[in-house]
Design a protein around this ligand. Structure first.
Ligand code: GUN
Ligand code: FE
Length: 432
């Protein structure tokens, strides 16, 4: 019997949210997992609630749902922390595209992707929505590495047909042929945890004809779609110049049927009211990437406004626009940006630790249209979880403070790190 086929019961404290983003704290409960799926949740369990392999956790640890990184560029890992002297468009040309061109080397790809998947799992990312490579072979390698390490993921081969002097693009015919082949190759891996995602890089990298082909393919195969939108003011200006016949950035994607209820739009800092209305109507989501938005000086995204408009929002590390692959770091960046906004805007209530925890778990799951599958510990969902021990790093000083469970949870959100994530489960299987 493989690890995730078995029947397991986890007994201890757990914390998650409901779909209204309210925090649910259970001091003593049991989660019964069968073949990776949660089949029962009991508060104050009795002996006959306990089935299969039993794991009883100490009082000083607690389970939370696995983190969901809704926007991360696997190929950009070797540039973590480099190049924040430039803003988006110059940063892409100077640092990002030259690195990404190296992924014709399959050995290099394999080396990097092994580190990417190990590191993200160790940081508690149980689901990742990856931008992989322009090159199909490297993108399939990412799929293979993810599948072998047991992470849940959407894997996107980039589509880009805008001609560049450095040859970093594909002709439209090659691009369409390669994306169809890539989708099949990911499907052939036959891993229940991974899926392909259609990935036009952004409007500046793609012709309308290519985007329309991608929209058509996504519709035919009911695939997820991801791209960037309204991240930087120079980018928005260039999109207007490239596509003058459309009323907005979002309207360009909409013309190609790229905005659907399975679309994730990264950044969305400068979306107009009309664009927000369109995105809401289509049921697409916006991915907040606060660390990247700060490092590349892209702007301060008003997440509260998007929340009020009932846009689905997830969190992204946006490696390497962001300097860390940790969703905990992204949560803190989101708190910082929101706190800064509250100091410069009237009547603006900053996000709190509960809000960012929701964004990192169930909110991210909803943004990826996977909230019937993961995001919290509801019966019927797959068991993706982190075991948190706030005593695992000396700095949090719980022993001296006798903190409550909710205080320890706050300490983890604000001041914890990967040392405090002592176990990681994906689909019931322990991967850390
Ligand atoms: N827009 C187009 N490509 C990229 C990218 O790689 N990173 C970020 N942050 N924005 C983009
Ligand atoms: Fe990005």
């Amino acid at each position: 019997m493989s690890a995730f086929e078995k029947e397991q019961t986890f007994i201890g404290s757990f914390i998650h949210t409901n779909d209204r983003g309210q925090l649910i704290i259970i001091d003593h409960g049991a989660i019964h997992v069968k073949e990776g799926k949660i089949c029962n949740v009991v508060i104050n369990p009795k002996p006959n609630d306990i089935k299969g392999d039993v794991t009883v956790f100490d009082n000083n640890v607690f389970l939370i749902p696995g983190f969901i990184d809704c926007h991360i560029h696997a190929v950009q890992f070797p540039n973590l922390g480099v190049g924040y002297d430039k803003k988006l468009l110059e940063w892409l040309d100077t640092y990002t595209f030259p690195l990404e061109k190296k992924y014709t080397n399959k050995k290099f790809a394999e080396q990097v992707f092994n580190i990417v998947v190990n590191q993200t799992l160790m940081q508690g990312t149980t689901t990742a929505c990856y931008f992989a490579s322009l090159y199909s072979e490297a993108s399939v390698i990412l799929g293979q590495v993810v599948a072998s390490k047991g992470q849940r993921a959407l894997i996107g081969k980039l589509s880009m047909d805008a001609v560049r002097d450095d040859n970093y693009f594909e002709s439209i015919d090659t691009s369409v042929k390669n994306i169809k082949k890539f989708v099949e190759e990911i499907e052939v891996l036959n891993s229940p945890l991974i899926k392909p995602i259609i990935t036009p890089r952004f409007a500046l990298s793609c012709s309308m004809a290519l985007m329309q082909e991608l929209g058509k393919l996504a519709a035919e195969k009911s695939l997820h779609i991801q791209t960037h939108i309204s991240e930087n003011t120079d980018e928005i200006k260039a999109v207007k110049e490239k596509f003058p016949e459309y009323s907005s950035y979002a309207a360009v994607y909409d013309e190609a049927r790229l905005i659907t209820n399975k679309t994730v739009l990264a950044h969305g800092i400068y979306l107009t009211d009309a664009e927000i209305t369109l995105i809401k109507k289509r049921g697409a989501s916006v991915i907040h990437c606060p660390s990247s938005n700060t490092c590349l000086k892209s702007g301060l995204c008003d997440v509260q406004k998007l929340r009020k408009e009932e846009i689905k929002i997830g969190l992204g590390t946006d490696v390497s626009g962001g300097p860390s692959c940790s969703i905990l770091d992204a949560m803190r960046s989101a708190l910082d940006v929101s706190s800064h906004l509250s100091m410069i805007k009237d009547n603006y209530e900053a996000l709190n630790y509960k809000d960012v925890f929701y964004l990192a778990t169930l909110g991210g799951a909803a943004a990826l249209a996977m909230d019937n599958q993961v995001g919290n510990f509801e019966i019927g969902k797959e068991f993706d979880a982190l075991l948190v021990d706030t005593n695992a790093s000396p700095g949090l000083l719980n022993d001296l403070q006798n903190n409550t469970l909710e205080e320890r949870f706050q300490k983890f959100i604000y001041s914890g790190d990967d040392r405090n994530i002592v176990q990681v489960y994906v689909n019931g299987r322990k991967v850390k």
